[in-house]
Ligand binder design. Structure first.
Ligand SMILES: Nc1ncnc2c1ncn2[C@@H]1O[C@H](COP(=O)(O)OP(=O)(O)O)[C@@H](O)[C@H]1O
Ligand SMILES: [Mg+2]
Length: 292
């Protein structure tokens, strides 16, 4: 009983670690990590962004230079945690950058015994320092993404409103269930959210309807619209909250971040949760997927 209680206290006190996952590229993982991170910080939270993609789009989108030392050196153990943390232009928002060296790590890790837990161990010093840790993953379900999911409390899934995105989603959910059984039993679904939404297309409307009907409360209410300001901001090395806080994309990411804060509050005591009984897949208090 005591260990159970201590474990709950530990989970609540260590802050929330979210990993942005979608094996498809170009769906808005990096854009979402940057802008949700910025709005969480604006809401007074301390936030760490971890660039875990060798493309280093998050690092450059946040205007971080130079890229080394970064997450690769942290994993390799050649540089201590404090030396890889960079302050960003947003108060309360720190970044661990990535560089192309990270692509080598993917190969090196495969040969290691504890290969899926390197990031989790590397982030131990961050646990008590930040309210939120957001990990941006590459577009694959390879060893880096598995490390990301092993290190996180919950997965955030950005999804474009396209037909093939739904097929990709079922593969991703199967993978998450596998991870829950093997690497990380605590891993939950933080939520699915739609990106680059264009209300003029019927397909986009249909995808939102179908996914929302099926996944119910796992789907965020806020939908991120297609908005050119969101794609311009990274070339100025800043989140949209600094680049153009009034544009539709900025307002949507602000609202999504506030929704995330509400969702990440400690779960209601057992017995008070209102899981949908009829859902084919429902979520537990930590957002974990269960078969109905
Ligand atoms: N809501 C949006 N509206 C318009 N462009 C977007 C939006 N979200 C992302 N983009 C652009 O789409 C491209 C892919 O987004 P990105 O976040 O890099 O995806 P991922 O990290 O999943 O590969 C980038 O050029 C980005 O600027
Ligand atoms: Mg990316």
């Amino acid at each position: 009983m005591l260990t159970f209680f201590l474990r709950i206290v530990y989970i609540v006190s260590m802050g929330k670690t979210y990993v942005f996952v979608n094996q498809k590229g170009g769906v808005g993982k990096t854009t979402s990590a940057i802008n949700i991170g910025a709005y969480l910080a604006e809401a007074g939270k301390s936030v760490l962004l971890v660039d875990f993609d060798a493309q280093a789009n998050l690092s450059s989108g946040m205007g971080i230079k130079p890229l080394k030392p970064g997450v690769y050196e942290l994993l390799a153990g050649t540089v201590p945690f404090d030396k890889v943390i960079r302050k960003s232009a947003v108060q309360g928002l720190d970044v661990i950058p990535a560089s192309i060296d990270l692509s080598g790590a993917a190969v090196e890790l495969i040969e290691q015994k504890e290969r899926d837990f390197f990031l989790k161990k590397a982030l131990v010093p961050a646990r008590n320092r930040y309210d939120f840790i957001l990990i941006d993953c590459p577009p694959s379900l390879g060893v880096l993404t598995l490390n990301g999911m092993a290190a996180a409390n919950a997965v955030l899934i950005p999804m474009q409103c396209e037909y093939f995105a739904m097929e990709g989603l079922s593969l991703l959910l199967k993978t998450i269930k596998r991870i829950q059984k093997s690497l990380n039993p605590q891993l939950g679904i933080g939520g699915i959210f739609f990106t680059m939404y264009d209300p003029r297309t019927k397909l986009a409307q249909d995808v939102v309807k179908q996914v929302s009907a099926y996944f119910k409360s796992a789907v965020f209410t806020t939908i991120i619209p297609r908005n050119v300001r969101l794609s311009e901001a990274p070339s100025y090395g800043m989140p949209v909250s600094l680049y153009d806080p009034q544009c539709s994309g900025a307002r949507a990411y602000r609202s999504l971040s506030l929704e995330l804060i509400r969702r990440s509050s400690p779960p209601a005591p057992v017995g008070e949760s209102a899981a949908p009984a009829s859902a084919a897949a429902s979520t537990n208090s930590n957002g974990g997927l269960h078969d109905a």
